[in-house]
Ligand binder design. Sequence first.
Ligand code: NAG
Ligand code: NAG
Ligand code: NAG
Ligand code: NAG
Ligand code: NAG
Ligand code: NAG
Ligand code: NAG
Ligand code: NAG
Length: 466
Amino acid sequence: MATVAISLFALGALAKSSFDPLQHLGGNSPYFTGPNVFGISPDPPPGCSVDQAGFLSRHGSRYPDPGSYNGWVTLAQKIHNATYSTSAPEFQFLQSWQPVLRHPAAELSELSLGGYKELYDMGVNYRWQYPDFYTDNTPFVLWANRYQQSVFRVVDSARLFARGYLGPNATTAGSVYVLNNTDPRSIANSLAASDLCANYNDDSGGANATTWQNIYTPPIVERINKLFTGNLNFTVSDILTFPYLCGFETQITGRTSPWCATFTEREFLDYEYAQDIRYWYGTGLGTQLEKNLMLPFLTQLVQRFVDGPNTTYPPITGNGTMFHPNPLIATFSNDGQVNQLVAATGIFDHQPQLPATHAPEDRTFRSSHFVPMRGTVTFERLNCDCGLFMRIKLDDEVYPVAACQSGPGSSCPLEDYQALVAEKSQAAGEFEVECGIANSSVVPIGQDKNTFLTQLGLPWEYVVKP
Ligand SMILES: *[C@@H]1O[C@H](CO)[C@@H](O)[C@H](O)[C@H]1NC(C)=O
Ligand SMILES: *[C@@H]1O[C@H](CO)[C@@H](O)[C@H](O)[C@H]1NC(C)=O
Ligand SMILES: *[C@@H]1O[C@H](CO)[C@@H](O)[C@H](O)[C@H]1NC(C)=O
Ligand SMILES: *[C@@H]1O[C@H](CO)[C@@H](O)[C@H](O)[C@H]1NC(C)=O
Ligand SMILES: *[C@@H]1O[C@H](CO)[C@@H](O)[C@H](O)[C@H]1NC(C)=O
Ligand SMILES: *[C@@H]1O[C@H](CO)[C@@H](O)[C@H](O)[C@H]1NC(C)=O
Ligand SMILES: *[C@@H]1O[C@H](CO)[C@@H](O)[C@H](O)[C@H]1NC(C)=O
Ligand SMILES: CC(=O)N[C@H]1CO[C@H](CO)[C@@H](O)[C@@H]1O
């Protein structure tokens, strides 16, 4: 039972500044746009129009997975079992705090209401942004990763996006092609190629993550525990749940979580850096293999841009119909794949390796800006008076490719971008060999390529309606 020394309503830290902790939670932030780090207008540069676009998006905001949820339940038990008092206004809510899930059995791991809203808004926003791409009531194809056998958050994200993009007839007009990422025939040809890569190992940042955690967390644990008398004593792992709860509770309930007031601005920024290290050294440019695993996808995406928006593709078997794709290539997957793709794009090729001992303020690599819930990498084909160019956006803001920005609005000539991606693929080595996959007749070496963006009806995909 909690005994409360004084009772105050103020949410302390939140009210005091314009700092928004929800924009500094890395992969645990709900979606937000931007910021515009490079000061480049997201509109097409003068003399250019966007005639084709493609994106890979993380699923939208969701409920916790079972492991995290159990942690919330245990934390609530620990708080309510303890005998303590605190005069800190930002912790008065603890006396009545309970995990916010109402129907955990149905909710765990699936999209939350905040996710529904993000995805519907996203669909509408993309239609607004590229109003010439879609004619009402015509077919629209999009793709989703079959993430886990009994969890639907990625497929549902594609469905809800389609509802926003296509409107009331989405169920008739839309088709989500779901790629089974664990079917052995889908090697290098799914939206999560890492799932069939035997050598893939996302260590969540490994030793570097531990080093940083051991630096930034002890002062937080000490500061917060000093606010309490009695036998409530938070551990590091308890305290790391606070920012996580800030993000999740807010998108689940639609109200700013009281946990968002329990860290200081500096502490949130240090937590954000821990997320950056987690992605950089887990699946990003701080790795040898993991950073390359979305190159087959990127190669195929760029080829679609080189082919152009009016290209049609033949069916897999002789009798099918030609595939006439929409100029918008819409794909959905998970945070690991979004982060791998960001690594493959070349945007952060000039970013020095992240130090494990301090957070460089001038880094452009901030996971909050591209792998929050619904975080999205968007590619635009700029058709300009002076030629064709590729431009990349992270969460709707332009990020130039480090080694190629000679085009309008710091874009990259499309041919040069294709060459850059080919060079990276060459350097990465052969997919099956690097992944430690035995050559077999199922997917012989050399045929481990991404084709799903042009071939509909592959045997490891099936269609779900929005
Ligand atoms: C809370 O107290 C109950 C009953 O004494 C006990 O079973 C449980 O393990 C405690 N939980 C925590 C997290 O301390
Ligand atoms: C939806 O489809 C029906 C049947 O084809 C059509 O009559 C109707 O106009 C469509 N609605 C919209 C909003 O396009
Ligand atoms: C995906 O492929 C795996 C491996 O072949 C199979 O066990 C599973 O049933 C497939 N899942 C779906 C949804 O088709
Ligand atoms: C709180 O727990 C830590 C271990 O997490 C321990 O080192 C410390 O002594 C405990 N403090 C109190 C006041 O119980
Ligand atoms: C694609 O086709 C449309 C309609 O015919 C045309 O307006 C557009 O210029 C074409 N785009 C390209 C890049 O060829
Ligand atoms: C294609 O169509 C022909 C004639 O309708 C049929 O005989 C043949 O089996 C079909 N082939 C495939 C691969 O479906
Ligand atoms: C891989 O296997 C295929 C057939 O299963 C064979 O034709 C090919 O030569 C093999 N390639 C290598 C590099 O071993
Ligand atoms: C910046 C930094 O500390 N990098 C280290 C990350 O971890 C690997 C080993 O896991 C070290 O080799 C790096 O020096």
